[in-house]
Design a protein around this ligand. Structure first.
Ligand SMILES: Nc1nc2c(ncn2[C@@H]2O[C@H](COP(=O)(O)OP(=O)(O)OP(=O)(O)O)[C@@H](O)[C@H]2O)c(=O)[nH]1
Ligand SMILES: [Mg+2]
Length: 630
């Protein structure tokens, strides 16, 4: 199916032409026929010789009904521009052409009607010259008379040529459904029916769609294309949908049925205004109407730069948009022609909070092409979810950096450099802390998700539970753990703590399992937090909150226990290690967690592995980090 809209000044013969071509009545209302004037959109269609259907959306020409004209023209990719031979170029000829141009419609033809009443040549010349300056460019012109029938065969042939140029631009990837509703009514026994122009995508019977802007879910329970039932309809097409789950009075012109999650329902967006030859630096009032598809909503305009080519629009009612969508900006109060086209660049722009933010926005946006890419958007936003970009209509996306998150490569590189700096700065400020809380790092780097912290914690920064720490090669070599691959943090202990830890190690040198008691620890000024910090940098082996041994004591213990008759009791172990129950019990439990020993029923244990093997306890073998308050 092909869909084409009429356009042109009032009384220039648009509806008469559609009637002559299709044999159908586009003026549906009695009032329209009584007044001989189109008020609302009309629909009619003809069958082309090859069997294809060509549907017309017939628009009113009177200036009072410009909003209806825009609702009809909005979603349609081609136009039949009508100028009467005896009328010539008129104000609404110019206004309709401005709308066609603003929408960027590239396909169309010119029909000079009423050519039985005047020589069509002057009107043809003038109209062609006007049209040539717009997105339509050079068009074919046919002069006709609906009264004599002259030229109608030529027009049919020209229409066939026109649709030949239309069908070719098939989208290279599936386009999600956005059906702009232009009528809604009830049919007795069938319920709510909506009609509209589907510019692209495929609607299926049974499909679930969302009604924008409310977001309400509806199900298609029947569809028709030009009066014929169908299971699927692919745009461009005129369709009628029978809807389930929706009260009859709810859908209205300007709402849209959209595929959920595939459109950005937005009330704030940045646009690039398309300057016209006649008005290269348009001046906008702060309040305008925004038209897109069959929708129209008041908008507040904030011009961003000095040349008014970039603007932020705040819409009264949200609209389902994609990047690259064409919208019309219209000033209904203006004396002259006040229709401008604009392209949606960013449907979720960052707030303009800082001084100079508007100027900065222009600098960001001006290098963007009219259909920006994911890379353009990421450059501005730094981090976005893949889902956000999909809803903005961007199918080509870079690989995510974490989960569904995508990053601007430059920003990601910066973050990777910044995280170690932040963690090091945190450690310098609070050397006894178990590390920088991941949440603090998230906030410090303005990251929208913790998943991004985890993704950035590579290389020298390690995320251990909820804490980030720095690991360096130098620190690994210093305590000889590099060979085993077990990295050790390079945290610097305050000198006072380092001295106290050295005193503990001196105590343990002679009697390796005689862990200092709480009194000795207190005298040395070592609390649970200090012991945890020392354990983290590998200076102590911490087997319980306040029970510490020298590093390697676990291996020495395992060696001694391996020499016992297996299995052995806690008491036998304690005696062999020449220590107290205060140390023996947490030490055995530590070895259990490290899977060096195995606990058996009846207070018995046995060694699981040979003592010669490196028994590096997993991170979970160490007692929990003390809480910040403990
Ligand atoms: N003589 C003559 N009259 C025509 C021709 N085409 C249309 N008319 C007459 O021109 C008048 C306006 O025609 P319409 O088809 O209603 O014009 P329109 O462009 O649809 O008008 P609006 O929808 O109100 O903008 C009618 O009285 C038609 O009969 C033609 O080729 N020759
Ligand atoms: Mg009409």
């Amino acid at each position: 199916m092909y869909v084409i809209a009429t356009a042109g000044h009032v009384d220039h013969g648009k509806s008469t032409l559609v009637r002559a071509l299709t044999g159908m009545e586009p003026d549906r209302w009695a009032e329209e026929r009584r007044r001989g004037m189109t008020i609302d959109l009309g629909y009619a269609w003809m069958t082309l010789p090859a069997g294809d259907k060509l549907a017309f959306v017939d628009v009113p020409g009177h200036e009072r009904f410009v909003p209806n004209m825009l609702a009809g023209l909005g979603p349609v990719p081609a136009v039949m521009f009508v100028v009467a031979a005896d009328g010539g170029w008129m104000p609404q000829s110019a206004e309709h052409l401005a709308a066609v141009d603003a929408l960027g419609v590239r396909h169309g033809l010119l029909v000079i009607t009423r050519s039985d009443l005047a020589d069509p040549a002057p009107a043809t010349r003038q109209a062609r010259a006007e049209i040539a300056r717009t997105s339509l460019g050079a068009v074919e012109a046919i002069s006709v008379s609906a009264v004599t029938g002259q030229g109608l065969d030529d027009l049919r042939a020209a229409l066939i040529r026109l649709v030949g140029t239309l069908g070719k631009a098939a989208p290279d990837r599936p386009t999600p459904v956005r059906l702009w509703i232009d009528r809604s009514f009830t049919i007795k026994g069938a319920g709510t029916v909506v009609t509209g122009t589907l510019p692209a995508g495929t609607v299926r019977n049974g499909q679930e769609l969302a009604l924008a802007p409310s977001g309400r879910t509806v199900r298609v329970r029947g569809l028709e294309a030009l009066g014929e039932p169908a299971d699927t309809v692919t745009g461009v097409a005129r369709v009628a949908l029978n809807l389930r789950g929706i009260p009859a009075d709810l859908p209205a012109r300007g709402m849209a049925l959209i595929e959920p999650g595939r459109w950005t329902l937005t009330s704030e967006l940045d646009v690039r205004v398309t300057p016209t030859a006649a008005d290269p630096h348009p001046k906008f009032p702060p309040d305008l109407l925004v038209h897109v598809g069959s929708a129209r909503t008041p908008a507040r305009v904030r011009v961003l730069g000095t040349d008014s080519l970039y603007a932020r629009l705040r819409l009264k009612d949200p609209l389902p948009l994609h990047i690259g969508d064409r919208v019309i900006l219209r000033d209904p109060g203006a004396a002259g022609l006040a229709i401008y086209g604009a392209t949606v660049l960013d449907p979720f722009p960052p707030p303009l909070a800082r001084r100079g933010a508007a100027a900065a926005a222009v600098r960001e946006l001006s290098p963007w092409p009219d259909i920006p890419t994911a890379a353009d958007l990421l450059h501005r936003h730094k981090l976005l979810r893949g889902q956000q970009l999909a809803a903005a209509g961007l199918a080509d996306r870079p690989a995510p950096v974490a989960g569904d998150w995508l990053a601007d490569p430059e920003h990601w590189t910066w973050l990777r450099a910044e995280l170690p700096r932040a963690v090091a700065a945190f450690a310098a400020k609070d050397p006894l802390a178990p590390g920088m809380p991941a949440e603090a790092a998230r906030a410090a780097l303005s990251l929208p998700s913790r998943d991004l912290v985890a993704a950035l914690a590579t290389g020298e920064v390690v995320l251990d539970g909820a804490y980030l720490r720095i690991f360096t090669k130098k620190a690994q070599e210093a305590d000889g753990t590099a060979a085993t691959g077990a990295a050790k943090p390079a945290g610097q202990l305050p000198p006072r703590i380092a001295e106290a830890v050295q005193a503990v190690l001196d105590d343990l040198a002679d009697d390796p399992f005689a862990a200092p008691d709480t009194e000795r620890l207190r005298a040395l000024g070592l609390d649970a937090r200090a012991l945890a910090a020392a354990a983290r940098v590998g200076l102590l082996l911490r087997i319980a909150d306040l029970v510490v041994l020298a590093p390697g004591a676990d291996k020495a213990a395992a060696k001694i226990l391996a020499g016992l008759e297996q299995p052995f009791t806690t008491s036998q172990a304690r005696q062999a290690l020449r220590t107290s129950r205060r140390v023996a019990i947490p030490l055995l439990e530590y070895l259990d967690r490290a899977r060096v020993t195995e606990r058996l029923p009846g207070d018995l244990r046995r060694i699981r592995r040979l003592t010669g093997q490196a028994a590096v306890p997993p991170a979970s073998a160490a007692p929990d980090e003390p809480s910040p308050t403990g």
